[in-house]
Design a binder for this molecule. Sequence first.
Ligand code: AMP
Length: 631
Amino acid sequence: MITRDRMPGGMDAPVDCSSKARRQNYFMSFDTLGLPKQVLKAIVDLGFETPTPIQEQAIPSLLTDTRDMIALAQTGTGKTAAFGLPLASLVDFNRRDTQALILCPTRELCMQITRDLQNFTKYCGSPNVVAIYGGASIEGQIKEVKRGAQIIVGTPGRMVDMIERGVIDLSTVDFAVLDEADEMLNMGFKEDLDQILSETPDEKNTWLFSATMPPEVSRIGRTYMSDPLEVTVGQKNQGNENIEHVYYVVHQKDKYLALKRIADFFPDIFAIVFCRTKAETQQIADQLIKDGYNADALHGDLSQAQRDLVMKRYRSRALQILVATDVAARGIDVNDVTHVINYNIPEETENYTHRSGRTARAGKTGMSIIMVNMREQNRIREFEKKIGKSFTRAQIPTGMEVCEQQLIFLLKKLHNVAVDEKSIEPYLPVAFEELNELSKEELIKRIVSIEFNRFFEYYKQAPDLNSGTERGSGGERKGTRSDVVKLYMNVGQLEGFNFGTLKDFIAERAGIRNADVTYTDVKNTFSLVEVRTEVVDAVMKGLHGANIKGRTIRVESRGNKEAGISRTRLRSDKPGGSGKSFRSKGEGYQGKKDRKGPGGKKSEGAPKYDWNAIFSDKPMRADGKKKKKKK
Ligand code: AMP
């Protein structure tokens, strides 16, 4: 450990950064953290307005406290800036020797941290932040180090290589940062870390950042640090609060179809699908490409150049679905990932934390999905215990639900499309002439049908893919559980709920634990819910008759005798504006009779929605004339 004999340049009078002061100052700004002017200027350029919780907690201490630090923070919480901004402030960029060393598990992360550090230090004299990673020419990296690198960001393997070649001098290092320490240990870098750190002086400061705190990471803390300050954002080993954890139970043979259905159900999905092996990764990606999705594979059998290309396409959103192995996807930091899909249940619970951390970054929300088969269901508890959050069991959407979602998406797109008046103007007379005869209603139907028919054709006979359930009965599970009660609620997606938020809402209003709500299936205008028998009274009391967005909530039992509530008739029509227009008569829960079972051929109930009657009752031929109906 060193004593802090330098203070960040340009720092004004000491600022009160105690947690009390932070609490009082609700909208904390970077100005109050004690960062020097040149770093604040770089922050302005980056567009960061307020520090994230880990930055708030770590930055003042790292700037002024000479103790080591262990920080527990998930990926995507802003931890790079939490250590990077203090480094930009404390390193002397007028010297050429190496004063800071950052070790991280992957090339991808190494490049990302280097880019971030280059941004943070851009107004700090003559900075040289150098990335040292495998899979690229070592000569170029040696040249950069020789030029004088004040900060080195390295992956352990290539760092050891550089040390053994005698081309790197770490004897002047004042700050060593171990980023994603748990990942480095998972990847077997323990010995490399020992070797690299033994090259650095004992009196340096060590800052360890980790998403999880397994015993091996604590051990590293004890080995390399003395009396470290502990900073935790969220609970230990807990996943990001903004991630909704969901699982689907599906037969192994139906997994691929289920994946496609999930992708289609979320039309603006931007996902990473994790597979177990390189072969499976390639196979799923190939199949998705063949089926017309913007997808590609990322795994270790690809050359570095191929991997870089895939990542470039994913980052630029030319790809919507990235299918990856754990190793290849480590350190991927792409913002706005909406879904992480575990095609198989992860073998290690630690892996799940890392995979799910690829979504809900930088304050956004995201969904992490596991597809399990019947036998694997019990393992979900392990994950819940690990992350300290409960999973929601969700139903693979039916074909018609996919169509409905696609339709809503299409309508929104149509509504919001930017019209380039100038460019389109010359073509409008032809368009008007061609479509002149059509009424507004007919025109809308036809425009929507162009896109919609494709989905409808594909999904109109689609089987139920949920394993161990009779989805047909509106999400009811096969078999009976005497410890839970099934309830119907007259609120759903139209009120802005999804399975996670409805669960939270019920728990909050009823004053029960989230775990007491064992199941939610949220439809457009209603929801089916299961709660533990002992909380049913609280749920009825807290929710039945309550108001949300001007609607009175109704909660009705689906007839569990053990709950002592008589079965009430379930409505088939639902109020709710726009939703109504997408529904045919009799929509809503209609009992088991009208639905199809898993893998069933023809479906009594399909299609429940009379889409043809709504949109394509008079499809146009290419020549613009109306098609005759088939007899
Ligand atoms: P990290 O956890 O360091 O990988 O950061 C995740 C993302 O959050 C990165 O894209 C950062 O650029 C961004 N970020 C970090 N700090 C802030 C902040 N204070 N305000 C807005 N975005 C931030």
